[in-house]
Design a binder for this molecule. Structure first.
Ligand SMILES: NC(=O)c1ccc[n+]([C@@H]2O[C@H](COP(=O)([O-])OP(=O)(O)OC[C@H]3O[C@@H](n4cnc5c(N)ncnc54)[C@H](O)[C@@H]3O)[C@@H](O)[C@H]2O)c1
Length: 377
């Protein structure tokens, strides 16, 4: 009998952006079996999609509640063990809450919830149930991101004194200048997206990445956000000054109107003894800079990398790792956790990242609304 984990999917249908990333990631290490789904609120479309990708339709349910009830009525040996929540943001909390309460493990897309209160509630439930909960800050799965984290922890650049994260996209530019489009895009609708668009969607990745890489908490922020039009309720661009730990400072720049930019996410951490820099669009290169020395470029799969980084490469050096591999590494870590195997907590972000991320989003929006003032997290 297959030892694969029985896996359920919510959202992520043929019409979605992120579904394919999760399906490929889940299949990468042969650990998950796609067993059931509600890919789409329209049952017909869900069935159509299941047929298209060649999975049985007997566990393609009409809606989420029906799915949970039906799965709970099955013997444990047949029941789905872990669900991925890939729906628009407003459904993350109600779905993740019910799944955890019902005893399922959860892999959830970011932002974790719509607000900080919900995040705290989810944390309590997860603590009580003690099920595995992963938040897919995908970029933490890249081998060279993991390497950067371990090198900073081991003192390769000394004490961190400054950080700089930039996350620039341009996809909202053609939308924001068209009144009809900006009124109908779910990410610009606070009911579906939450109180923030740019900071909630990509600023939170940059925030989480800075804390992930440095291991230092961001303690306060000062934000200047950009909305462009009076009838647009959501930030689509912004700059945030940061204070980290006892003395480090930094800046986080995020934009969805950086015209024609694609997914230009880069992170630099400056220490007393050196600098480490990484860019998402060229994720196989990690740059190490030292005063008076030539720049060094580190690459995946080489023996000089940490165990955490090497666990995320499947082929010998020279075979590039991409976004699918990064998500695959997160799924690999989650499978280890569900099976009770040893794993490094850095293999996947969890509930704490979600709680801090929601606090970041709310604090950044408040900092701007109150006249660009410093706010504690
Ligand atoms: N980790 C990342 O880097 C990353 C990247 C992109 C998107 N995301 C996150 O993934 C989530 C989905 O984003 P997307 O771009 O794929 O959105 P999308 O709008 O492209 O797709 C949403 C999917 O959810 C389905 N859906 C909607 N309501 C549903 C319901 N009630 N039940 C079941 N399915 C339902 C839709 O049919 C569609 O298949 C968002 O929360 C987003 O923030 C994360």
């Amino acid at each position: 009998m297959s030892k694969k984990l029985k896996w359920g999917v919510l959202g992520g249908g043929g019409d979605s952006l992120i579904g394919v990333l999760h399906r490929v990631a889940a299949s990468m290490f042969d650990s998950y079996q796609l067993t059931g789904a509600v890919f789409n609120p329209d049952h017909e479309k869900s069935i159509e999609f299941a047929n298209e990708i060649g999975i049985p339709t007997d566990r393609i349910y009409p809606d989420f509640d029906t799915m949970v009830d039906a799965e709970l009525s099955l013997p444990e040996s047949e029941r789905i063990q872990v669900f991925s929540v890939l729906t628009p943001n407003f459904l993350h909390f109600p779905m993740a809450k019910k799944l955890l309460e019902s005893g399922f493990h959860v892999i959830c897309e970011k932002p974790m919830t719509m607000n900080y209160q919900e995040a705290l509630e989810l944390k309590e439930i997860q603590k009580k149930k003690n099920n595995v909960f992963a938040l897919t800050h995908t970029y933490t799965g890249y081998p060279m991101v993991r390497q950067m984290k371990k090198m900073i922890a081991e003192g390769a650049i000394g004490e961190v004194q400054k950080v700089d994260a930039q996350y620039y996209q341009g996809w909202i530019n053609p939308i924001i200048h068209d009144p009809k489009l900006r009124a109908t895009t779910w990410r610009l609708d606070p009911e579906k997206s939450g109180i923030s668009c740019c900071m909630g969607d990509i600023g939170v990745h940059a925030y989480q990445m800075l804390e992930y890489m440095t291991g230092i908490e961001i303690r306060s922020v000062l934000a200047d956000l950009n909305y462009l039009y009076e009838d647009n309720k959501m930030d689509i661009d912004g700059t945030v000054l940061l204070r980290l730990g006892d003395q480090a400072k930094g800046v986080l720049r995020a934009s969805q109107i950086a015209t024609a930019e694609e997914n230009n996410f880069s992170v630099a951490v400056f220490g007393r003894e050196g600098t480490l820099k990484w860019e998402q669009e060229n994720p196989n290169y990690l740059y190490l800079l030292k005063d008076g020395k030539p720049i060094q470029t580190l690459k995946p799969g080489n023996i000089y990398n940490s165990a955490l980084s090497l666990d995320g490469t499947k082929l010998p050096p020279g075979h590039p790792e991409g976004i699918f591999d990064a998500m695959g590494n997160i799924y690999k870590g989650v499978a280890k956790a569900i099976r009770g195997q040893d794993y490094d907590p850095a293999e996947f972000p969890g509930i704490r990242d979600g709680v801090r991320g929601m606090k970041f989003i709310e604090t950044v929006v408040a900092s701007h609304a109150e006249g660009n003032v410093w706010k504690k997290l």
